[in-house]
Design a protein around this ligand. Structure first.
Ligand code: CP
Ligand code: NVA
Length: 304
């Protein structure tokens, strides 16, 4: 593994190895406390963040490394090209974690820096989130190939990452989005091809009536950072897709998932997200462990 730019870049074996490593690091954190000793990681953010920024900073600290936060909003593109940013950061840092508007910026950073680059969310994908989500489901439900997961909402970066990850672990995933908000066709086809090999299934529908019984329902905001959609259209189109207690009951879902930040009363009711079956804090906690596994694998790869 040289970089983690998109979830679909991982093989089923690599994803399973990362989940195993994340579990091990979570169980025995002290065994890894010097892993990044003397190493420095740049955290480069073009968009706001709570979980990703704070969990990377804390996680790197737990591995004995050092991180710096760079607000890239006024840096990349505005002040200098991403390629110059990457080439310079590589002089002082061992890896770059970047949250960007465009997936292409990640490739530019990776090419120019020659150091491992981790996608901390782009317009297309959120792999750190998907790995934490898979780890959470594994902890809660065991064998991921037996898990039935339902994603309801926008076919966005979180949906794309989940789709690729679900395929890699052989999960049964059904996705329902309003018409016109389906996940990217190429990414869907690629995930379905992987699912064919692993025994997983990925179905996309546009009506809640098509949904089968499920272990968990996952949703995300209707308004992702950087999107320029008309907010009235979005509110109108997504309104029937709110996750509420009736829907949870109807689909037999014991668990609710959300990457956060969440908007209570829009994509999910407070009753559902604040219920005992909600896994949102477990997901958030697992961001740190999943990301530390990613960093360990990347630094290991860079040293090889
Ligand atoms: N889920 C997630 O990535 O949260 P932040 O945007 O707060 O980092
Ligand atoms: N889809 C959301 C996820 C935030 C963590 C966004 O891109 O804004």
């Amino acid at each position: 593994m040289n970089d983690l730019l998109a979830m679909g870049d991982l093989s089923p074996q690599q994803t399973n190895d990362l989940l195993q490593l994340a579990h091990t690091i979570k169980q025995r954190p002290t065994a890894w406390s010097n892993y990044l000793q003397g190493k420095s990681i740049a955290l480069l953010f073009e968009k706001p963040s709570l979980r990703t920024r704070a969990s990377f900073a804390a996680g790197i600290n737990r591995l004995g490394g050092h991180s710096i936060y760079l607000d890239a909003q006024n840096l990349m593109g505005a002040r200098e090209p991403a390629s110059d940013v990457g080439a310079n950061l590589a002089l002082w840092h061992d890896a770059i974690v970047a949250r960007v508007y465009s997936q292409a910026t990640l490739s530019e950073l990776a090419a120019a820096s020659g150091k491992p680059v981790v996608n901390a969310l782009s317009d297309i994908c959120h792999p750190c989130q998907a790995l934490a989500d898979l780890l959470t489901l594994q902890e809660q439900l065991g064998d991921l190939s037996q898990v039935h997961l339902t994603y309801i909402g926008d076919g966005n970066n979180v949906c794309h990452a989940l789709m690729a990850g679900a395929a890699q672990v052989g999960m049964q995933l059904q996705i329902v989005t309003p018409e016109g908000y389906a996940p990217n066709t190429e990414l869907l086809t690629a995930a379905q091809e992987v699912a064919n090999q692993t025994g997983g299934t990925i179905h996309v529908a546009h009506s809640l009536n098509e949904l089968q019984q499920t272990d968990a329902i996952y949703t995300d905001t209707w308004f992702s950072m950087g999107q320029t959609r008309d907010s009235n259209d979005v509110m109108h189109d997504f309104a029937p897709f709110q996750v509420n207690s009736d829907l949870m009951k109807r689909l037999g879902a014991k668990h609710f998932m959300h990457c956060l930040p969440a908007y209570r009363g829009r994509e999910v009711t407070a009753e559902v997200i604040d219920s005992a079956g909600s896994l949102v804090l477990q997901q958030a906690e697992n961001r740190l462990h999943a990301q530390n596994a990613i960093l360990v694998k990347l630094i290991e790869g860079a040293a090889a």
